[in-house]
Write a protein that binds this ligand. Structure first.
Ligand code: URA
Length: 196
């Protein structure tokens, strides 16, 4: 059993009494759970992730696979998780539930668990995707617009590299070359850092 499994067990127990009567499955991290070179931290699971019970397996997962290919990394050699472990939802105009960004309460509820998760997994570096994990792990005032592509210190005591969220690149096409450059820089670092 990996050290992170004990953290997940406590996390499940902690959240059991939350949201009574609501179906809010937890989507936990997966991958190389012991000292991976990189731990990728996204925002929160979406609909497909909740159905499959795995992070980054829907449309965002396809983007992630493309990102990994560009960086020359394999999914099995890294760890993938989210800052918030439930799917934040809201009712859309047609009455259908849709994803929304996690709110401040959800983020502050899950961040202590994210820190414990990082401590258990012991990654060589953290890669944040989008603003939510960046702010949670560095400074609430940090923005991906000004921090992307740079190495920073994190609250977890592990070096952190921030990237735009791959989904935001779909909506803002002008970000694509910037994002690609950041991913290539990360890939070059991963290659030169060697080992796990
Ligand atoms: N799916 C995830 O698991 N995380 C995200 O941040 C977006 C989609």
């Amino acid at each position: 059993m990996a050290a992170v499994d004990a953290v997940y067990q406590s996390l499940r127990e902690f959240f059991r009494p939350f949201w009574p009567g609501e179906d809010k499955p937890l989507v936990l991290g997966e991958g190389q759970a012991e000292r991976p070179r990189l731990m990728l931290v996204g925002e929160a699971p979406g609909e497909t992730e909740v159905i499959k019970g795995r992070p980054f397996v829907g449309k965002a997962g396809k983007n992630l696979d493309e990102f990994l290919r560009l960086a020359g990394l394999r999914r099995e050699e890294i760890y993938v998780t989210n800052a918030v472990k439930i799917r934040p939802m809201e009712k859309g105009p047609a009455g259908r539930m849709r994803n929304r960004a996690p709110n401040r309460e959800e983020i502050s509820l899950f961040v202590p668990w994210l820190l414990r998760e990082i401590e258990a997994v012991k990654p060589g570096a953290l890669v944040t995707l989008g603003n939510v994990p960046l702010k949670a792990l560095t400074d609430p005032k940090a923005t991906v617009g000004s921090c992307h592509g740079q190495w920073m210190d994190s609250r977890a005591g592990v070096p952190l590299f921030s990237l735009y969220h791959p989904a935001s690149v779909i909506y803002r096409k002008a970000l694509a070359p910037v994002y690609e450059q950041d991913v290539l820089a990360l890939g070059a670092w991963a290659k030169s850092s060697g080992g796990k």
